[in-house]
Unconditional design. Structure first.
Length: 96
């Protein structure tokens, strides 16, 4: 079995924004870093994720003002995490 750990990215390499960051600033970070998603934090805790698709569906498509919309309003939450265990163990824990 291939351990899940072999596919994991160290948390130090995550690109994050604080939950109070406005959507315009978050979009600029995504553009500048050439990435399609950001983790959203409250202090040091990761509380959600926002993707470029979230921005389109929850901001652009409804005509919201990006400079007045906190990224927390657009994020998906909660974040589901797993330990760096084998794929079979992870699959078994998801299936119950």
């Amino acid at each position: 079995m291939v351990p899940v750990k072999s596919f994991m990215v160290p948390i130090e390499k995550f690109v994050t924004v604080d939950r109070d960051t406005d959507a315009r600033q978050a979009a600029a970070v995504m553009r500048d870093r050439n990435i399609g998603s950001l983790f959203v934090t409250r202090g040091k805790e990761i509380i959600g994720i926002v993707t470029d698709t979230d921005m389109v569906r929850r901001l652009v498509a409804v005509g919201a003002d990006a400079s007045k919309t906190a990224i927390e309003q657009l994020m998906s939450a909660p974040i589901v995490t797993i330990e760096g265990i084998s794929v079979s163990h992870a699959r078994a824990s998801w299936l119950g």
